[in-house]
Design a protein around this ligand. Structure first.
Ligand SMILES: Nc1ncnc2c1ncn2[C@@H]1O[C@H](COP(=O)(O)OP(=O)(O)OP(=O)(O)O)[C@@H](O)[C@H]1O
Ligand SMILES: [Mg+2]
Length: 197
């Protein structure tokens, strides 16, 4: 096996071991992909969705810390992380396990890989654009370093990273849902539940 592929399957195995209990396989597995800037509420939304239906959440921020003890967020590190996440997701979907990918997924170039995975595994792809007003995002990201920080929060992104990433948002070219997390998110969650049932 070429070095890189070998590395990728080893990494994917480590990530799979870190996931713990997986939901039961189903005949028509959904693949939910959220897309949005830091602090827009992707992880919160994904957790609420997974409370309503069985899903394996593949959260890039949590899995980055499985592969890298002290993450550098370098290009190289992210390339290796996402190669492993994509391999892992493809295995899970192939096994019939419903998956939510919780990552920023801002570029259409990166999302193309996800479209290809859903085509190959015949999973039902549901794309969700997650947004929030920037004042609220700055407030949420500021709270991350405070004593009020949520222990479930695995992200290190701050206001500066949010500002820098704003230029990297590509319009989603495929059909997708949109959710503004400054409002009630439950109608969108219920809509996804109806789509998959
Ligand atoms: N709908 C919501 N209602 C209440 N609080 C929310 C909501 N969405 C997010 N939050 C809070 O805002 C903070 C940031 O949200 P979250 O961690 O989900 O953002 P994120 O998009 O996953 O960011 P990152 O890309 O950095 O991981 C968290 O503390 C979360 O609890
Ligand atoms: Mg997050």
């Amino acid at each position: 096996m070429p070095m890189r592929e070998n590395q990728q399957s080893q990494d994917a195995q480590r990530l799979r071991d870190a996931l713990g209990m997986l939901p039961e396989p189903v005949a028509e597995q959904a693949f939910v992909v959220v897309s949005g800037l830091p602090g827009t509420g992707k992880s919160y939304f994904c957790r609420k969705l997974a409370e309503k239906a069985p899903f394996c959440i593949v959260e890039s921020d949590a899995l980055r810390k499985v592969l890298f003890n002290s993450p550098s967020y370098s290009q190289e590190e992210s390339t290796r992380l996402f190669a492993a996440c994509h391999a892992l997701i493809e295995q899970l979907l192939q096994d019939g396990i419903p998956v939510i990918l919780d990552a920023t997924n801002l570029s259409e170039y990166h999302r193309e890989h996800l479209y290809a995975i859903s085509d190959r595994t015949k999973a039902r792809l549901i794309l969700v654009r997650v947004e929030a007003p920037s004042e609220l995002v700055y407030e949420r990201l500021g709270a991350r370093n405070s004593s009020m920080a949520n222990p479930e929060d695995k992200s290190d992104a701050n206001g500066e990273i949010y500002r820098r990433m704003q230029s990297r948002v590509d319009r989603i070219r495929r059909n997708h849902l949109a959710v503004d997390t400054s409002r009630d998110i439950m109608p969108v969650i219920d809509r996804i539940i109806r789509l998959i049932n």
